[in-house]
Design a protein around this ligand. Sequence first.
Ligand code: IMP
Length: 431
Amino acid sequence: MALDIIIGAQWGDEGKGRMVDTLAAHAAIVARFSGGDNAGHTVTVGDEVFKLHLIPSGMIHPHSIGVIGNGVVVNPETLLAEMKKLEDKGIDVSPARLKISYGAHIITPAHRALDAAQEAARGTGQIGTTLRGIGPAYVDKVARRGLRIGEMSDPESFADRIKAHVEFTNQRLTKLYGAEPLDAESTAAQFTEYARILGPYTADTGSLIDQALKKGERVLAEGAQGTLLDIDHGSYPFVTSSSPTAAGAISGLGAGIQHIGEIVGVTKAFQTRVGEGAMPTELEGETAGRLRGSGANPWDEFGTTTGRPRRVGWLDLMLLRYAARINGFSKLAITKLDILSGIDPLKVCTGYTAGGRRYSDLPHGLTGLENFEPVYEDVPGWQEDVSGARRWEDLPAAAQNYLRKIEQVGGVPVGWVSVGPEREQLVVIAG
Ligand code: IMP
């Protein structure tokens, strides 16, 4: 069996949690490999809606072990709160089922305070971060002064390290940003307590994954955020601070590249984005309202982590093709096709223009994306409600045609189409 990787093909929020839940049905391990509690994965099972930020969505299946890999940044406070919520719903999150890499880095309140202070200081140039301390935690990691989960096994030196980290960050908070300092002593005491609770969860998760793969078990790498938010390949600087791409899965889990099976790119049937940065196909007005929804349903286009209304627009196939190239997608999973029912005609972006020139490929990745105008093709819409479709043949011809267009321009076959939030509202396409 193989390491299958699920990747967001857009700016996050593609419905990866739902696809992970579906594909985890046969996975022994489901592993998060990048980002932290900036992610928000929603999974609906019957009447229950699970909103997860850090714990792999696949853990909702009783047979899967959840791994938080070395590439993740972990806020112990939000992790423990999430564990409690799942326990309250009867889901086992004991150390036998949840493993955290000793190499994962820790997010502290000092990181969060710094995230907020830096965003405020950016003024009109804000990135629109989730304010979860993600960027500052990765900065500490790369600067080689980060705090790792493995350090929790030595409470005394861990407390000293936390104190030193808070004192160091206080210097930056107060002197650079005029922000309030944090109390180093109480933070250290708090984190010593977290260490006591989380100690039994610490593991060599890379080795666990390797053993599972060698035993012939399936491992699912659960992407967070999306390709267009990648620190290297995204719309820099309006990106997150990690690598939510297929390559990030390999380094963020410490898994061998030879094990890769499917690389599934998840994309909505339209485009969304939260936070700042260019979005060439962004829409306003009535169609935008239809795509976004009112906010009454958990699957409407409002952030799971921040509650912010998402920007919405027509599906950008230029960007999908780019994401397919960066990740090497073997299949696509299209989500929220049902939302397009009743919009006719639909539009998809198949090219860009800039300075009177037409582009069918991006000249410098996503650099200067704001300078490009989308070129649209009209595609006939459909009126039928598709939420009951379970097979390709159940879909109206116009919906099939829309999906074929995505395959043709994106260059990757479609394997799954979700037509509603429930587990079973899925069209599985053979082949
Ligand atoms: P950060 O990851 O909190 O530093 O935020 C950086 C950018 O990534 C901002 O534009 C966020 O809105 C965006 N972002 C981070 N996590 C997610 C996610 O899970 N879904 C969508 N956007 C995200």
